[in-house]
Write a protein that binds this ligand. Structure first.
Ligand code: CMC
Length: 426
């Protein structure tokens, strides 16, 4: 008998089965052999919301939720946030190792070269209503990119694939910035390829009449770190969406638009926007205790708290808090920060939150930093999407190279009506 195995006795038939265990997992398909008789379909596992189902093997991102560990390709997130740039981290996530200086130069040149959008895409963005949510514009524009690059459908060709990866990483900041300028009724600013990836994004967002936009280095670095922190988070909702759509061999623009749509949800990337709205609604320090009571009474959730995976602390939240301090030294004091600190203080002492292991997550402070950088609340999920684009693409690439993968297609337990006939007269 194999040592790494599970003995399962089916009490319906008194039969015992040996199911191999590999990497702390059993293969769900091995359950299919457990049957009452030959006509039986076989056992399935039921796992709504995939709370205990590994959908892939991956070598990209490692998370240990209980110990608050997050690593990209083995490198701790804290070290990457301290020593790397976002473009370097993008290379790491996509290719598996940190770039040499030469590789870094080539890679960042390649990304810079693709930052411009086709003028017709600009026309598409211009067609949106003045008050369109930038995330809606972002999702539509990314999806529209597939019509400009029809060769992208050839997802099995690694050269074509890499070309679309470069284009997407380069163009998402431009789409994001154009969506913002559209919202404000401001002329769009074209990329300045002399600036860094993040510096150029700030340029496209904020340049007015100046001949040359010079980003504040502290703010530029803060945003770069936020992009690093958001770059990947293994099989979360939007990444699983990217993989699901990708498994049907859709082109990466369509798949990434779908992933961004999932990110838009308030329980996922929309949380930082929800945090800011929540802090504005609380409005005053004196209202914090009552707000906490209402959360405990189940009226609503404390946004920016809790995580499906991190149950002790979110390592990204700690880094973000440090970045927030640096940013607030440059920008003026934000009174919402005081409310956030007070919410955190009370929640971390309160039994309700302690027992449920609810801690501030990455989004609790990221919104405050974005706001301090002068970025409007509507743009928050878009900023998350810029950073996460890299993770989505790395995971998509891994999926396409994985021979064990196929088109994603879960099963269901059908509990509806038995077959019945439509009556002749109704
Ligand atoms: N405020 C108050 N109670 C909460 C919260 C919260 N933020 N989160 C979970 N709970 C309670 C929940 O009501 C439940 O209580 P009970 O056992 O009495 O029914 C218990 O904690 C477990 O909740 P759950 O829904 O089973 O936990 P989950 O792991 O499925 O949910 C979550 C994770 C992130 C969806 C959830 O914590 C949440 O809704 N948080 C607020 C939204 C948020 O900040 N999302 C950003 C996540 S980080 C960014 C990202 O990676 O997308």
């Amino acid at each position: 008998m194999a040592k790494d195995s599970l003995s399962v006795k089916d009490n319906r038939t008194n039969q015992t089965y040996e199911i191999p265990i590999e990497h702390g997992t059993i293969k769900a398909m091995d359950l299919r052999g457990i049957k009452q008789d030959d006509n039986d379909f076989g056992l399935m596992s039921y796992d709504p919301a995939y709370k205990n189902t590994a959908s892939t093997k991956s070598t990209i991102t490692y998370i240990d939720g209980d110990r608050g560990i997050l690593e990209y390709r083995g490198y701790p997130i804290g070290q990457l946030a301290e020593k790397s740039t976002f473009i370097e981290v993008a290379y790491l996530l996509l290719f598996g190792s940190l770039p040499t200086p030469g590789e870094y130069l080539t890679w960042s040149n390649e990304i810079t070269y693709h930052t411009f959008l086709h003028e017709n895409l600009k026309t598409l963005i211009q067609a949106f209503r003045y008050d369109a949510h930038p995330m809606g514009m972002f999702i539509s524009s990314v999806s529209a990119l597939s019509t400009f690059y029809p060769e992208a459908r050839n997802v099995d060709d690694p050269v074509v694939r890499l070309h679309q990866i470069r284009r997407l990483i380069a163009k998402v900041p431009t789409i994001a910035a154009f969506s913002y300028r559209h919202n404000r009724g401001l002329p769009y600013v074209y990329p300045d390829n002399d600036l860094s990836y993040t510096g150029n994004f700030l340029n496209m967002m904020f340049k007015m009449s100046d001949a040359k936009y010079n980003p504040d280095p502290i703010l530029e670095r803060a945003l770069d770190v936020l992009f690093i922190l958001h770059a990947d988070h293994e099989q979360n909702c939007s990444t699983s969406t990217m993989r699901n759509i990708g498994s049907a061999k859709a082109d990466p623009y369509s798949a990434l638009a779908g992933a961004a749509a999932a990110l838009y949800g308030p329980l996922h990337g929309g949380a930082n926007e929800a945090v800011l709205r929540m802090l504005s609604e609380i409005n005053d320090l004196k209202n914090v205790p009552e707000y906490i009571d209402r959360v405990k009474a189940g009226e609503f959730r404390l946004m920016g708290f809790g995580h499906r995976v991190y149950k002790n602390f979110d390592p990204r939240a700690e880094i973000i808090k440090r970045v927030a301090d640096q940013v607030f030294e440059v920008t003026r004091h934000n009174p919402l920060l005081d409310i956030a600190l007070e919410l955190e203080r009370i929640a971390l002492e309160d039994d309700y939150f302690v027992q449920r292991k609810l801690y501030p997550n990455v989004d609790f402070y990221s919104g405050l930093i974005y706001q301090a950088l002068g970025l409007p609340v509507d743009m928050f999920p878009v900023l998350f999407a810029i950073g996460r684009t890299v993770g989505w693409l790395a995971q998509w690439q891994e999926l396409l190279d994985d021979s064990e993968q196929a088109i994603a297609r879960p099963r269901q337990i059908f509990l509806g009506e038995d077959r019945r006939d439509v009556p002749d007269k109704r």
